[in-house]
Design a binder for this molecule. Structure first.
Ligand code: SF4
Ligand code: SF4
Length: 112
């Protein structure tokens, strides 16, 4: 499932540079997807674009936004449950020029 940011967010900005998929944006900031510019999903808090979040699968052993968030408000979105396979497909689509290593405990929280 994608990760989401709850209203507990204090807008510290720590998570945004940690995302390997540029999936995190400040509230009120338009986001980019497939060459299009789209209106912000939140006006008040940092937000995650679900179509760009891979739960860090393919990149890191755990969700990097959640790892740095000082108030633990980056949480699994239970309305968007996705498989590890689907998340890896997304990671590859987001990074067509990159070769991904086989998934293991270092690049998929599913295998931790
Ligand atoms: Fe980005 Fe990973 Fe957080 Fe998803 S879980 S928003 S990919 S840092
Ligand atoms: Fe909000 Fe947490 Fe990101 Fe800071 S690290 S902007 S509190 S979601």
């Amino acid at each position: 499932m994608a990760t989401k940011i709850t209203e507990e967010c204090i807008n510290c900005g720590a998570c945004e540079p940690e995302c390997p998929n540029t999936a995190i944006y400040a509230g009120g900031t338009q986001y980019e997807l497939n060459g299009k510019t789209i209106d912000a999903l939140s006006q008040d808090f940092y937000y995650i674009v679900p179509e760009k979040c891979t739960e860090c699968v393919g990149h890191f052993e755990k969700e990097q936004c959640a790892a740095v968030c000082p108030v633990d408000c980056c949480v699994p979105d239970t309305d968007r449950v996705e498989t590890e396979d689907a998340l890896l497909v997304r990671a590859k689509a987001l990074h067509p020029d990159r070769t991904f290593a086989a998934l293991d405990a270092t690049n998929s929280h599913f295998r931790a």
